[in-house]
Design a protein around this ligand. Structure first.
Ligand SMILES: Cc1ncc(COP(=O)(O)O)c(C=O)c1O
Length: 400
């Protein structure tokens, strides 16, 4: 595309805007991945990641996209024909389920309407029925990026405990890690799946498995074929700061910088920022009179908002008009929501004024495309952001 003046607004729900600090870190000369300097770098990132996953367990780093980390979570813990319980919360849950079937698992898919998260009551009921404990793992997408719906992982854990079922809990946090509250250890998660390109503010190319002791024990007897995704050689090499095959050296420089930035801002502040932006965005959507995909307020996502256009209007044409005129990319409707929904990403390296610009682009796009909508969406969002800023100043004043 020819230069149009100003910066592109990348408001898809990942990959997200990569901060200049991270880009500069990645641009450093590549080093010997078997040399001493690399050993120091990898130990720093392997330790630093634990803070973000809120775990004391090891975190495995793969050069690969999130789909690879999905596969790794399954092939390291399961054997051919094992039952796995999965939930149709949206397009990403559907893809994970397809992957599980393809690698040879008996993956049960509890149907869903793509407008709600995982129902913990249903988890408990299904696990209680499984008296012989055939179900090897329960796999949940924490934040469904296709719908903007965040499932309650702590409630799923409690449901599993109430049912007294020994299944492993596998959770996809690809669009929630470092954006929405997540606690690997406290919530008793066995494998957390994550990727570099969203809350971690990196380009695509790294993916992660945080691995509990229970998952590690399961991996010793799991018999699904695995090679590239095998945890064992990775964990063995990581002990000394190295990798069994060539790591993505420059992305690891970026990861070190991103972890430092999260530390400087403070993870709690990062999460609060995402909560604030989710709330302001929904205020705008309400004022426009448009419908959110998420129907349950306790499941609203803080990292993205998925919105229906009124019947008769095509969301892809709307997005194209906004890209052409305002140089902003919005997320498209995925799977069964294609053409009906657009998604506003508000995660990663993002602030109030970037959100104001994003919502202005959406509001102007609605007018430009002649889509019926209420007025005052941007104003409602600005009011919400101003209130939050006043609250923060008052808190600082009270603390001083
Ligand atoms: C929740 C979720 N899971 C899995 C994936 C797949 O990750 P990748 O496209 O990096 O393979 C994505 C990608 O956006 C996602 O949002």
């Amino acid at each position: 595309m020819p230069h149009a003046g100003g910066r592109h607004f990348l408001q898809i729900p990942g990959p997200t805007n990569v901060p200049d600090r991270v880009l500069r870190a990645i641009a450093r000369p590549t080093i010997d991945h078997r040399g001493p300097e690399f050993g120091k770098l990898s130990r720093e990132v392997l330790d630093g990641l634990k803070e973000v996953f809120r775990t004391t367990s090891p975190v495995v780093i793969f050069p690969g996209s999130g789909t690879g980390a999905w596969e790794a979570a399954l092939v390291n813990t399961c054997s051919p024909g094992d039952s796995v319980l999965m939930f149709e919360t949206g397009q990403f849950a559907t893809l994970w389920h397809e992957l599980a079937t393809r690698v040879g698992l008996d993956a049960e898919f509890i149907p869903g309407d793509w407008r709600h998260g995982v129902n913990a009551g249903e988890v408990e009921a299904r696990l209680r029925e499984d008296r012989e404990h055939r179900i090897r793992a329960v796999a949940v997408v924490h934040n469904e990026t296709s719908t903007g719906i965040a499932s309650n992982v702590a409630a799923v854990r409690k449901a599993m405990d109430r049912a007294g079922h020994p299944a492993l809990l596998l959770v996809d946090t690809i669009s929630s890690l470092a954006s929405i509250d997540y606690r690997h250890d406290e919530w008793g998660v066995d494998v957390t799946v994550a990727g570099s390109q969203k809350g971690l503010m990196l380009p695509p190319g790294l993916s992660f498995n945080a691995v509990s002791q229970k998952a590690l024990a399961a991996s010793k007897s799991a018999r699904l074929a695995r090679s590239y995704w095998d945890w064992a050689p990775m964990l063995a090499a990581n002990k000394t700061g190295y990798f069994p095959y060539t790591p993505a050296t420059n992305l690891l420089y970026g990861l070190r910088e991103a972890l430092e930035m999260l530390r400087e801002e403070g993870l709690e502040n990062v999460l609060a920022r995402h909560t604030r932006h989710g709330e302001a965005t929904r205020r705008a959507v309400r004022a426009w009179g448009l419908e959110l995909v998420c129907q349950e307020p306790s499941e609203y996502s803080s990292s993205l908002t998925a919105v229906f256009l009124p019947d008769g209007y095509n969301a892809d044409e709307f997005r194209k008009a906004i890209l052409d005129r305002f140089n902003m990319s919005l997320g498209n409707g995925l799977g069964r929501l294609q053409g009906r929904v657009f998604r506003i990403g508000h995660l990663g390296d993002f602030n109030d004024l970037m959100l104001a610009g994003t919502l202005s682009g959406v509001e102007m796009g609605l007018a430009l495309c002649g889509i019926p909508h209420g007025s005052g969406g941007v104003s409602a969002a600005l009011e919400s952001l101003t209130q939050a800023a006043r609250g923060q100043s008052a808190n600082r004043g009270a603390g001083a």
